[in-house]
Design a protein around this ligand. Structure first.
Ligand SMILES: [Mg+2]
Length: 171
């Protein structure tokens, strides 16, 4: 099995990612997916928890950007009061918008990590960029056939991650 889509870290949720953790990994910028990573599809605006987490990140010197495959109206509404560097219709796993985000934030690739909930888009982008992929379980997944298929594809990679972690902790 290709190891390409095995995440570098899996968190229970975005808020488990701390400034201290990122500093230890030498990460200065987090390029964040929106839907199901920060908020469910139905939430037009970020929750208080998202805002609080973002403020903590930024206060700790972590730059944030939004990189979403969703459309402009969704991302613009979501970002209205955040004012982050944000890209919609990013076409992930394309690298294009991530590179533009890095440019806009003034950070080097080596200082960035991708945060997302999907291996086939978020994690794959990170792999293509050669940067770490931080993955969270989807907040509220769609249950249509397409999404179920995508999640089924992820299973072996998530298993490989768990196996890798177990080995690491057994050492
Ligand atoms: Mg997502």
């Amino acid at each position: 099995m290709p190891k390409t889509l095995v995440p570098d870290f899996v968190f229970d949720g975005f808020s488990d990612i701390t400034v201290e953790f990122l500093q230890k990994q030498n990460i200065r910028a987090l390029l964040c997916d929106v839907d199901n990573t920060l908020s469910p599809y139905e939430d037009a605006e970020p929750s208080d928890a998202v805002r609080a987490w973002m403020e903590t990140m930024q206060a700790g010197g972590i730059a944030l950007a939004l990189v979403s495959n969703n459309h402009a109206d969704r991302v613009e509404t979501y970002n209205k009061n955040l004012g982050l560097v944000a890209f919609s219709d990013a076409g992930k796993p394309s690298r294009k918008c991530y590179l533009r985000a890095m440019d806009a934030l003034g950070v080097k690739k080596e200082e960035c990590a991708v945060l997302g909930d999907q291996l086939l888009t978020d994690c794959w982008s990170a792999r293509r960029l050669g940067i770490p992929a931080y993955i969270v379980p989807p907040i509220r997944d769609k249950r249509d056939l397409f999404h179920r298929f995508k999640r089924a594809v992820e299973i072996p990679f998530m298993k490989a991650y768990k196996h890798k972690e177990k080995k690491k902790h057994a050492k």
